[in-house]
Design a binder for this molecule. Structure first.
Ligand SMILES: [Fe+2]
Length: 186
């Protein structure tokens, strides 16, 4: 007799402990970039691809997250991560309903500034069995991650996820990076 466990899902998370000067520098650069985008006529900041290379350490951090996911899944670390990079400012009431991604292979988020509401705007990562879950899968159908400044989370594209409504009065700021494989290993 054998009991095997199939379809495990790797989720990457790392809490960075940056000093205030570093955080302030990053926030200043991001605010300047958003001001520049608005001046160029961009109305929805989160719809535009942004080059993260001007931001300190950010590309390296996302790359480490994706490399680690690849290694855990036994997939070559051959991917592109510069085509869907987004600055995501959230204001009071903003949320993201449950979705997954089909044109990318992994997504990641880095919390730059979690705003002034400690208990909202949470990231929920759904158990891949969430749509049909009546037995053999105890507990809630999701893992809820509370945003912390300096936290980076990455997951494969098929993980359904949402962001619960953000209830702070100050803008919450995060960076989202999406990765697409250059080669598919079946
Ligand atoms: Fe997403």
């Amino acid at each position: 007799m054998t009991i095997d466990t199939y379809w495990e899902t790797p989720i990457y998370s790392r809490q960075y402990d940056d000093d205030e000067e570093w955080q302030q520098h990053l926030t200043t650069l991001i605010n300047a970039k958003m001001a520049d985008m608005k001046a160029s006529g961009v109305t929805n900041i989160a719809d535009e691809n942004v080059n993260f290379s001007a931001f300190p350490d950010i590309e390296e951090r996302f790359k480490l997250a994706f490399d680690t996911l690849c290694e855990s899944a036994g997939h070559p670390c051959n991917y592109t991560m510069t085509e869907l990079n987004i600055i995501n400012p959230m204001k009071f009431g903003d949320f993201k309903s449950v979705h997954s991604h089909d044109v990318i292979d992994a997504f990641a988020i880095f919390y730059v500034d979690t705003g002034n509401s400690v208990d909202s705007g949470k990231l929920r990562l759904y158990d891949p069995r969430w749509q049909s879950k009546k037995a053999f899968a105890p507990g809630k159908p999701y893992k809820e991650i509370k945003p912390e400044t300096g936290l980076l989370v990455a997951a494969p594209y098929y993980v359904w996820h949402e962001v619960t409504p953000y209830l702070g009065s100050e803008t919450r700021l995060s960076l989202v990076c999406n990765m697409t494989f250059n080669e598919i290993v079946e």
